[in-house]
Design a protein around this ligand. Sequence first.
Ligand SMILES: [Zn+2]
Length: 190
Amino acid sequence: MIKVICGPMFSGKTKEILRLAEEAEASGRKTKLFKPFIDKRYSKALVYYHNGKRLRASVLQTNEKGLERMKRIVKHAKPNLICIDEIHFFPPDIFTTLNEMSSYTDVVVAGLDMDFKGDKFETVENIIKIADEVKQLKAVCVVCGGEATMTQRITNNKFSVDDDPRLLAGSKESYEPRCERCHISTKVFK
Ligand SMILES: [Zn+2]
């Protein structure tokens, strides 16, 4: 079974994946949690706190080495369920690994389906194609209060432009959930 939890920022994706992990653990299913390595403070593990409980996640590099490490951990621990948060940071071909693993463990991934420009993340799109279930979460639009499906990026008080890098961890920027109507397109038309 492969399940995808997607939506914009602030739509509760991490909360949802942790809820599923915790629920599985509580019912006696062995669960392994993974997270991509996205900032400079690299450590092999990270602890999430959810409802006062500690959930330990293995931190993976977002390359072939990281995928190999995940396969080794899964092979060794034989979990019934693996949960991967922030899946959009991983390379688009991760779906083949997940597809292979889904023959012996359940897989749940959570991540952004679109970047701040409104372009789809290929990684998430590919997994959606092979998924058994897709849960699309929504946030609240900061402008109109409607259902937000998109993320606006603001860098130094300006809307980020098209050629800004897609993924930028730890820079001076902020993100806002917005609905399609209130999302300001910064695409450069030539
Ligand atoms: Zn709106």
